[in-house]
Design a protein around this ligand. Structure first.
Ligand code: FE
Length: 198
């Protein structure tokens, strides 16, 4: 599949899922000003890891998962955090909508986050308000000030601005669509593990 077709399928499927899920629709309306932009694909090993992961079976969102996997080789895989952080070898993220993605809009940013089984994505924070929607697999979400939650397909987790959060997979991988609705260009930072978060 050529990149343009893969990008188009990805944004169509993403839009459908964001519009169709009540929590995602309540978080932010799907933007009316989505436009394509040039993208220089950037490969990371985690791309192959994701594309070979036989655990990424989705009952609710098979078309979106298929679109994510088809687009994966053509995406800019983000080095969001310092590569010396050990989890970065197996943590995967690319932008669908926003800086570094094949599309951009003024008031919403959308990422895909892949975590293989047995990965701890350590405590971090960012000024952006954020919502995760799990589209395949499952994982445990840790949020400062709230009990942790085990979430699977169709479940969402909201992270307030600067709320410290961490995510962990166990036997299953997890694939999520993640939206930001504010402070779209301020990157997240890792923070020291908070007592009791995990
Ligand atoms: Fe986050």
């Amino acid at each position: 599949m050529n990149p343009e077709t893969a990008y188009r399928n990805l944004i169509i499927e993403t839009e459908g899922v964001l519009r169709g899920h009540p929590d995602m629709a309540a978080f932010a309306p799907f933007p009316a000003d989505v436009r394509p932009q040039d993208l220089q694909p950037t490969y990371r090993n985690v791309c192959d890891m994701m594309c070979r992961d036989t655990g990424l079976v989705s009952h609710r969102y098979p078309d979106l998962v298929h679109a994510v996997l088809a687009a994966a080789p053509h995406m800019l895989w983000r080095g969001t955090y310092d590569d010396s952080a050990p989890f970065m070898e197996r943590w995967g993220c690319f932008t669908v909508l926003g800086e570094g993605g094949p599309f951009v809009a003024s008031r919403l940013r959308v990422f895909v986050v892949y975590m293989p089984p047995g990965l701890y994505y350590p405590s971090h924070r960012h000024p952006a308000e954020e919502i995760y929607l799990v589209i395949a697999g499952n994982g445990r979400f840790y949020r400062a000030g709230l009990p942790d939650q085990h979430l699977g397909e169709g479940d969402t987790a909201f992270h307030a601005s600067e709320q410290v959060h961490a995510i962990e997979t166990q036997q299953s991988p997890m694939l999520s669509v993640v939206a930001w609705r504010s402070h779209l260009t301020t990157p997240p930072v890792l923070v020291p593990e908070a007592d009791g978060l995990r």
